[in-house]
Unconditional design. Structure first.
Length: 344
């Protein structure tokens, strides 16, 4: 599939209505059992950029440039099979705990539950603009781009661009501008990144902190996955010029933000695990051997049913090629919200 007709027109039109009730089944595809087998991700240890001891292994990154070699060289946080199994076991335990607290019924040894009706989930957003100086070239992007980014998130997560409605809405609470050359560019996994987030992060587990600026190593962005205990690294980092009307050619419609928020809500890449095992843990995203770049029509890298999900927000294709989450991804995100982020 290529660019969905009218995608750009719909995005330019503004935020779609997101006032609705959502029915999602926690039995659908929210979590895979801890014992499920995942194929190992490529071994990046010999190719990854060096990171200091503060690097967060629970984060994930998106690249620009579009090449397999770049993916192996610059994505040190692609999860291994062991990391995924550990995360899924912890996720299942967190879901069971949340079910006990809410008196929902979960069968022992299973992550299945009852179908529940959910009101829209409103996520407060705090945006930190990291600047080298007061110029646009120094990271000082206008408020209009940030407001447009929030609109893109609301459209993507409401299903207005063509995918499944997820039930999430995003409410901008504050734009915090910080001029600090020592944090610019933002370097993934560095002590400077930790110092920046330690100083700036605000709100509880339910508050999305977005950090915008120039990024190291051709990265478009990275994000932390949810955990039971909140720490200062929680949040998403996004290339400022990837926001709508930015200068990052092919990646300036705001879907780096959409992609990274997906990780923050516990989605893996569509190509996680390749063609083997349980892949990204969601049954309605076809298996994909490796990241897709640009907009490769008809790509099919695995023998399993379904062509590669190149239009999914959790792949690596151009922003113009992305437009959807699946119902299974929506269910997984809601389950993760219940397990990790529902309380402030």
């Amino acid at each position: 599939m290529g660019l969905r007709p009218n995608l750009l027109t719909r995005r330019a039109a503004g935020v779609a209505s997101t006032t609705f009730a959502l029915l999602l089944s926690t039995a659908a595809v929210g979590v895979v059992p801890a014992a499920s087998a995942y194929s190992a991700a490529p071994d990046n240890t010999s190719c990854a950029e060096p990171a200091d001891a503060h690097a967060d292994v629970h984060s994930d990154a998106r690249l620009r440039g579009g090449s397999k070699a770049a993916h192996k060289r610059h994505d040190p946080n692609e999860l291994t099979a062991k990391q995924v199994q550990e995360r899924e076991a912890e996720f299942a335990a967190a879901l069971r705990n949340s079910a006990l607290q809410s008196k929902s019924s979960y069968r022992s040894g299973s992550t299945e539950g009852t179908t529940v009706a959910l009101a829209p989930i409103s996520i407060p957003v705090v945006v930190h603009v990291i600047q080298r100086d007061s110029t646009r070239a120094g990271g000082n992007i206008p408020d209009s781009m940030i407001n447009s980014q929030i609109s893109v998130l609301n459209q993507a997560y409401s299903g207005a661009t063509g995918g499944a409605a997820t039930g999430f809405t995003f409410q901008l609470q504050k734009i915090n501008r910080v001029t600090n050359a020592s944090w610019y560019p933002i370097v993934q996994g560095s002590s400077a990144e930790r110092a920046m987030k330690t100083s700036l992060r605000t709100g509880g587990k339910n508050t999305l902190n977005m950090y915008l600026g120039e990024l190291s190593d051709d990265l478009l962005g990275w994000a932390t996955f949810p955990k039971r205990t909140l720490d200062v690294m929680d949040g998403v980092v996004v290339l400022g010029e990837s926001l709508p009307n930015g200068t990052a050619t092919n990646y300036n419609l705001g879907d780096t933000g959409t992609h990274e928020v997906g990780h923050w809500l516990n989605l893996y890449h569509t190509f996680q695990g390749g063609c083997s095992g349980s892949g990204d843990g969601v049954s309605d995203t076809p298996a994909e051997r490796e990241p897709a770049y640009q907009c490769p029509t008809g790509r099919d890298t695995c023998t399993a049913t379904g062509k590669d999900p190149i239009t999914n927000f959790m792949d690596y294709t151009y922003d113009s090629c992305m437009y959807q989450f699946t119902a299974g991804q929506a269910s997984r995100m809601v389950n993760a919200w219940t397990a990790y982020r529902a309380s402030a």
